[in-house]
Ligand binder design. Structure first.
Ligand code: DX5
Ligand code: ZN
Length: 218
């Protein structure tokens, strides 16, 4: 079963509660945190996650596109995140491992994220202790970019590693996911699909979520 994770980056921030409620039939709510350093864009931080937590029971999948994320794990966990993903490119391996330790201590699910330039093998030191691997299918930083078909190979390679070492781990993809690309990533082995513009760019958000699910499940 494929899971759909609408990204609120494409929501109307003035009407965030309304837009979150429109996504309630989805599986996860994807929250993009950007620091203007790891990526050029700036988005939301801890207080907004705290407010979101108060207005929904949805599973909060918080994607940290920030340098040295180990500094903020406890804060985002306390704010109400259910899962945190840290980018493998955002710090030294020992500090990534520390970030995963902190997630465990805080009782949140553990994920690592890969920029398109990062190879699937980079997850090998961590895979056995992960709940999810996030493969970016665009360069992180902005919504509405075109899907990078070259990432299908990375998805297939990550799927093979997960199946070998930790079959319970989920494989999420993020960037340019729509009704056309959903079946491709699903066939390559992804089981959680993030979608920003394909969900919030639609007039009927629940219908867009259903359409993505149907497209992915063929
Ligand atoms: C991009 C973010 C994505 C973004 C995806 O860096 O990580 O979650 O919202 O947007 P779409 O689905 O429009 O490509
Ligand atoms: Zn994201």
């Amino acid at each position: 079963m494929v899971k759909i994770a609408p990204s609120i980056l494409s929501a109307d921030f003035v009407n965030l509660e309304r837009d979150i409620s429109r996504a309630r039939d989805a599986d996860y709510l994807h929250v993009d945190v950007m620091d203007g350093a790891f990526v050029p864009n700036l988005t939301i931080g801890v207080p907004v996650v705290q407010s979101i937590r108060k207005c929904t029971d949805m599973f909060l999948d918080v994607h940290l596109m920030i340098d040295k994320p180990v500094r903020y794990i406890e804060a985002f966990a306390q704010a109400g995140a259910d899962l945190l993903s840290v980018h493998l490119e955002a710090d030294h391996p020992t500090r990534i491992a520390q970030a995963l330790d902190l997630m465990e201590q805080c009782g949140v699910k553990r994920a690592v994220a890969l920029r398109p330039i990062t190879s699937a093998n980079a997850i090998l030191p961590y895979v056995e202790r992960l709940d999810l691997v996030l493969v970016m299918t665009v360069e992180p930083g902005f919504g509405g970019q075109a899907f990078m078909e070259s990432q299908l190979d990375t998805i297939r390679q990550v799927r093979a590693i997960i199946d070998k070492y930790n079959p319970a781990c989920e494989l999420e993809v993020d960037g340019g996911i729509n009704r056309t690309t959903a079946p491709l990533v699903s066939a390559a082995g992804a089981n959680v699909l993030v979608a920003g513009s394909a969900v919030y760019g639609a007039d009927d958000v629940p219908a867009a979520i259903r359409a993505l699910r149907e497209a992915a499940e063929g």
